[in-house]
Ligand binder design. Structure first.
Ligand SMILES: *Cc1c(COP(=O)(O)O)cnc(C)c1O
Length: 426
């Protein structure tokens, strides 16, 4: 029988510990695992048997988290990584190669813009950032060397909702995998795979862990993409020399990407999640739906209050009637538009700095998805590496402050904002 989300967020992937009966998933704080015998070791190294060799590849605590997030996202498999940024490289690693490109939305987390426009060039990869509301521009950017389409479901920092159905249709016509960063929505608010995503990536640092304790990331594989339909994805469809000519797609079918990510990606790139981090994130997933309901309810109250305030120029929370993305909320993230949005202050750049400094409950930090309410001024921090045009395109203009609404009393948050706005004006 199919369990509901609240049941799965607590139970998926977990079972009482076979050695002790421990009900909570133990932290398997071990580097290596004793082989039963030499044949067992050989079978594991040949990928003929699934088991534990070394914790750079697999670890029982991390494996529970992988299965849990894959289940919540409706995927076939998942691989956890040391951070969200590591997960993004992991998602691209099997698809890309020198001279290849990806077509990505220009509305992305600032760190992702930097990773895509500067760092991946060192691998000979190129990212083409375009407006994902302009379907013709996306199609024009795709060429024979394109290997992936990339966007965020609820885009950081602006509260922009991507029309995943439309983007997935473009990806399908082009025979390309769609990668969706679902960090700010979480699987409770949005299931990109239902809208046609091939891979879903998360910074588990954010809502999945939920309390600002550990960094982590994950790539979830839908298992639905036919990697052998063209010769574009040789890492998954062609013989792999390091495994005696094994073809991942032919051998592992819908788990091809997941097996490749572990057997080649983690093996050689080493961007592994540690079991302590997996433990904290497992605890976080148990209450995900409860937290997201309250995050969204608080965001609705705070955004409505801000929108009505004369010191504010604009509030981008997509749940507001005034949002141009209001229609997409019902279709893409029906349980709510998340709790991350921006406010534009009439006072401009300097008022934003005074505002973030005057807040008492809200912390001024480079993070989101915490129980605590957080603010940041992107133009002077996360988005300061971008050009002014890129800042505006990314929803991070100089008079914009990003808010991540936490789980405190909404009335207290509003009082804090009211006081800080007064301080910013004075
Ligand atoms: C934080 C974040 C990332 C990067 O994740 P890290 O865990 O910080 O490496 C990527 N995408 C989005 C949307 C994020 O919010």
């Amino acid at each position: 029988m199919a369990y509901g989300f609240d049941t799965l967020q607590i139970h998926a992937g977990a079972r009482p510990d076979p050695a002790t009966g421990a009900r909570q998933t133990p932290i398997y704080q071990t580097t290596a695992y004793v082989f039963r015998d030499a044949d067992h070791a050989a079978a594991l190294f040949n990928l003929q048997e699934v088991g534990y060799i070394y914790s750079r590849l697999t670890n029982p605590t991390v494996a529970v988290l992988q299965e849990r997030i894959a289940t919540l996202e409706g995927g076939q498999g998942a691989v956890c990584c040391s951070s969200g940024h590591a997960a993004q490289i992991m998602a691209l690693f099997a698809l890309m190669g020198p001279g290849r490109n990806l077509v990505a939305s220009n509305r992305l987390y600032g760190g992702t813009v930097t990773q895509f426009t500067h760092t991946i060039k060192r691998f000979g990869w190129e990212a083409r950032l375009v407006d994902f509301d302009d379907e013709a521009a996306i199609e024009a950017a795709i060429d024979d060397n394109t290997r992936a389409i990339f966007c965020e479901s609820i885009a950081n920092p602006g509260g922009y909702i991507t029309d995943l159905d439309a983007i997935a249709a473009i990806a399908e016509r082009a025979g390309l995998p769609l990668i969706v960063d679902n960090t700010t929505a979480t699987p409770y608010l949005c299931n990109p795979i239902r809208h046609g995503a091939t891979l879903v990536v998360h910074s588990t640092t954010k809502y999945l862990t939920g309390n600002g304790t550990v960094t982590g990331g994950v790539v979830v594989d839908s298992g639905t993409f036919d990697w052998s339909a063209s010769d574009k994805f040789p890492s998954l469809s062609a013989p792999e020399p390091a495994y005696h000519g094994l073809r991942f797609h032919e051998t592992f079918g819908p788990l091809a990407f997941t097996f490749h990510a572990i057997a080649v990606g983690l093996r050689d790139l080493g961007m592994t999640m540690n079991p302590q981090a997996a433990h904290y994130t497992l605890l976080g997933t148990e209450t995900l739906s409860l937290r997201m309901e309250k995050h969204v309810a608080n965001a609705a109250k705070v955004a409505a209050w801000l929108e009505a305030d004369e010191r504010i120029e604009e509030v981008t929370w997509a749940g507001l009637e005034s949002s141009p993305y209001h229609e997409r909320v019902a279709r893409i993230c029906p349980r709510g538009a998340g709790a991350l949005f921006t406010v534009a202050l009439k006072g401009g750049y300097e008022a934003c700095l005074r505002f973030v400094e005057a807040l008492e409950i809200f912390s001024h930090v480079a993070n989101l998805g915490d129980t605590r309410s957080l603010v940041i001024h992107p133009a002077s921090t996360t988005h300061r590496q971008l050009t002014p045009e890129q800042q505006v395109a990314a929803g991070a203009a100089p008079n914009v402050v990003r808010m991540s609404i936490g789980l405190e009393d909404a009335g207290d948050l509003i009082a804090d904002l009211d006081r800080a706005l007064a301080a910013a004006a004075g």
